[in-house]
Design a protein around this ligand. Sequence first.
Ligand code: GKR
Ligand code: MG
Length: 434
Amino acid sequence: MDTTLLIDEVRLTPILIADPPLLNTQGVHQPYTPRLVVEVVTRGGVTGVGETYGDSAYLALAPPLAAALRGRPVSDVNGLFALADEVCGDSRAAGERAAGARVDAGGLRGVQTSDKLRLSVVSGFEVACLDALGKTLGLPVHALLGGKVRDRVEYSAYLFYRWAAHPDGGERDDWGAALDPAGVVAQARRFARAYGFSSFKLKGGVFPPDQEIAAVRALAEAFPGRPLRLDPNGAWSVETSLYVAEQLKDVLEYLEDPASGTGPMAAVAAGTDVPLATNMCVTTLAEIPEAFARDAVQVVLSDHHYWGGLHRTRELAGICRTFGVGLSMHSNTHLGISLAAMTHVAATVPNLDYACDSHYPWQSEDVITTRHVFEDGHLTVRDAPGLGVELDRDRLAALHRRWLDDDGTMRERDDAAAMRKAEPGWATPPIPRW
Ligand code: GKR
Ligand code: MG
């Protein structure tokens, strides 16, 4: 065994990153959202980086795994899963308690389970190990995953209804409000101009369905023939979903999570030819058999965090290929480390059937020295060793300082609590909402 590959130290840095007031069915994004940056340092002096969700449920699981990793080789990424099972026992219960208190955040990520929590944490370590291994061997992460099958990965614009500013501080930006079809089209035009995106996803479930249908119609008029998607995060009943599908069937590439749960999704799928995509109904291996047997979803949108990292995402791709189900990737509020990881794995998957979506353009801050740049709606796959990104330690320290200074209110993503700042009576809406 090459001892330079052994892990000497693991650093965990929780941070808070600025997030604009983006609306979704549960509320609005807080001014700052938590992420966790994982650094794995080898005896050879190489540091690999990873990033994952940073709410307390995830933070509770990370320290025991970090401690147990010392002395193990960075190349043993398969061993991470058994190790996490072994060492995260007690803290898993703590994580679950924290997750239970935050169903709002879990809800948008599908049903939260202890396995999914653990896998999301493991993913940050897996990416950090792959980065360190790649840097040691002089190989990009995509080569460690078997090699890229494309040089560029396509992303779609991720449009959000939004306010011009948070009601209670936060960073300012110049995007302005987008609360109607004209606002959504203006936002899409800016995305197309600045980043070259040619497909568009609108986060829905915010306004009554007819208003969102009007927004998608306005997009179709402004961008004839371009792929369009609408994602209400499971906010609609089967009946409403079928109504929306009927109204938009000529312009939608797919409808994303119109209804919540495998049964309702299967009922919608049975009543429309519009393909259904999901990042909520199929989020674990255990959910696949029933969803695929019932043809509830035609496209699975992986989130490499909760699927357990990059190797597991490739396993998911193989399963989708076997069953003739489409594959792509969705995102959450994330930084450049996660976007790099997503791009590396996306580059290796032959059946990447649709443009991935990324929140990244909404993030004004990062912890890497050279930010990713979308060109013609694509990211070029980096061929430098590891992920091909470098940690900006000053930025990391500043964002960690913000986390330390927080009074606790931003350390959990809680879109309903953020909404109550503007609408004191706001409660997380029932499912289905419409
Ligand atoms: O950030 O508001 C949001 C999204 O709704 C996010 O939480 C989802 O996980 O973007 C995601 C999606 O449903 O595709
Ligand atoms: Mg979605």
